[in-house]
Design a binder for this molecule. Sequence first.
Ligand SMILES: *[C@@H]1O[C@H](CO)[C@@H](O)[C@H](O)[C@H]1NC(C)=O
Ligand SMILES: *[C@@H]1O[C@H](CO)[C@@H](O)[C@H](O)[C@H]1NC(C)=O
Ligand SMILES: *[C@@H]1O[C@H](CO)[C@@H](O)[C@H](O)[C@H]1NC(C)=O
Ligand SMILES: *[C@@H]1O[C@H](CO)[C@@H](O)[C@H](O)[C@H]1NC(C)=O
Ligand SMILES: *[C@@H]1O[C@H](CO)[C@@H](O)[C@H](O)[C@H]1NC(C)=O
Ligand SMILES: *[C@@H]1O[C@H](CO)[C@@H](O)[C@H](O)[C@H]1NC(C)=O
Ligand SMILES: *[C@@H]1O[C@H](CO)[C@@H](O)[C@H](O)[C@H]1NC(C)=O
Ligand SMILES: *[C@@H]1O[C@H](CO)[C@@H](O)[C@H](O)[C@H]1NC(C)=O
Ligand SMILES: *[C@@H]1O[C@H](CO)[C@@H](O)[C@H](O)[C@H]1NC(C)=O
Ligand SMILES: *[C@@H]1O[C@H](CO)[C@@H](O)[C@H](O)[C@H]1NC(C)=O
Length: 319
Amino acid sequence: MRLRALHPVLVPVFCGILSVASPGISSNTAGPNMTPEAAVRTEDSWYNHSIAEHSIMIPGLSSTDNEKNVVINDTLRVKLECNLTVDAKDLQINVTWRHEKEQISSNLYTYDNTDNQWRTTYEFVITDMNMTGNYTCSFSSKTEVNGTFSLQAPPVHGGKKALVSYIGDFIVLKCDVSTNKPDKWLWYKVTENEQVLLNFSMDPKKYEELSDKSNETKLRITDLSESDNGSYVCKAFFKNVESKGLVYIRVLSYWVPLKVFLVIAGEVVVLVTVILVYEAISKKKQVQEDDKKDYEPMEQLKSEDGSTDEASTTRQRKV
Ligand SMILES: *[C@@H]1O[C@H](CO)[C@@H](O)[C@H](O)[C@H]1NC(C)=O
Ligand SMILES: *[C@@H]1O[C@H](CO)[C@@H](O)[C@H](O)[C@H]1NC(C)=O
Ligand SMILES: *[C@@H]1O[C@H](CO)[C@@H](O)[C@H](O)[C@H]1NC(C)=O
Ligand SMILES: *[C@@H]1O[C@H](CO)[C@@H](O)[C@H](O)[C@H]1NC(C)=O
Ligand SMILES: *[C@@H]1O[C@H](CO)[C@@H](O)[C@H](O)[C@H]1NC(C)=O
Ligand SMILES: *[C@@H]1O[C@H](CO)[C@@H](O)[C@H](O)[C@H]1NC(C)=O
Ligand SMILES: *[C@@H]1O[C@H](CO)[C@@H](O)[C@H](O)[C@H]1NC(C)=O
Ligand SMILES: *[C@@H]1O[C@H](CO)[C@@H](O)[C@H](O)[C@H]1NC(C)=O
Ligand SMILES: *[C@@H]1O[C@H](CO)[C@@H](O)[C@H](O)[C@H]1NC(C)=O
Ligand SMILES: *[C@@H]1O[C@H](CO)[C@@H](O)[C@H](O)[C@H]1NC(C)=O
């Protein structure tokens, strides 16, 4: 009874407390408990980092292919922003964010709107590789439109074609990254079921790291054997992300070029034999014909003053 009587008083008081407890939230900023910075603040040290801002402009609710590739550099604090242009100012729109398939809590992003623009931002810190991938903002009304940021570690360039060397020889493998410099590089040999770290100090005669530039790494492998044949992975380590490239080598035995040499040599021998045999045959013929001439000197003299045609045909036949 008493509670019911108090009710008209309690409600405005309670609401008053609420509005005091959440100051600064304008009617434009969304949702209850809006503390977009909370997630970032948990790691205070990140507040000394500068922020990388990336924005996608979405021209309308029926637009498509609103995508942007973002290469993560040393700036690990990231702010993603989607701006949607709309026609009607009273349009009801729901804003959501996803990382890959996972829905991002509405506490972590903000949105607001003006007469002809909806805007949403999501800010976070890249702490590991699991934070790379696709981040998608969605504006949904009668239709839905997405904006997608594809966050990637800086790409490492290995080798597209296999490098070739011979048993006992040496080879130099190379990887580089053009956007920014990794803190360190490591090399791995790919075996059937795993990648084995190459520890240069364990086998300094075999492996040597040549490059002194941090945006590239060069590995020299000496005294190649067949077991060195195969794929190698170079991994670049940046502040919180890593990226890898692939280089593959083919170690051939000298038997392969030798085989080619032997085939060519064999062909030459056959060709020379054919030429020699042919020459021997034609010489024999010439000798026979010369013999004939010796036997018929009178006839030759006759034809000489007769016609030159016959003489030229015999000459052609001799060739
Ligand atoms: C931020 O930087 C300042 C000055 O460089 C330093 O005194 C402070 O300890 C840093 N804060 C954190 C949380 O690392
Ligand atoms: C990292 O990327 C951001 C955004 O593109 C840029 O503002 C910043 O200068 C870059 N930093 C470095 C060290 O490249
Ligand atoms: C999105 O809107 C904000 C605020 O109006 C503005 O600062 C930003 O430049 C816009 N982004 C793009 C890509 O136009
Ligand atoms: C990334 O996520 C996978 C599975 O969710 C987990 O096993 C792995 O430890 C995570 N990696 C890092 C660096 O947090
Ligand atoms: C991100 O999305 C693009 C298409 O929008 C897709 O091709 C790509 O595979 C996606 N990346 C990841 C890591 O899922
Ligand atoms: C927005 O979301 C709410 C709750 O999920 C739903 O009831 C409403 O229909 C949505 N509105 C639009 C325009 O999609
Ligand atoms: C937006 O993304 C969601 C979830 O991936 C998908 O179901 C929907 O078809 C996308 N919308 C558009 C217009 O591409
Ligand atoms: C590596 O850095 C050097 C100088 O710092 C630069 O000249 C070279 O172009 C860079 N290499 C790549 C692949 O970006
Ligand atoms: C390589 O081997 C040496 C000696 O066994 C060891 O001290 C070092 O930590 C190893 N390096 C790596 C990267 O595993
Ligand atoms: C080297 O590896 C390639 C494929 O990576 C294979 O075709 C070739 O037979 C291998 N050579 C030797 C000598 O093992």
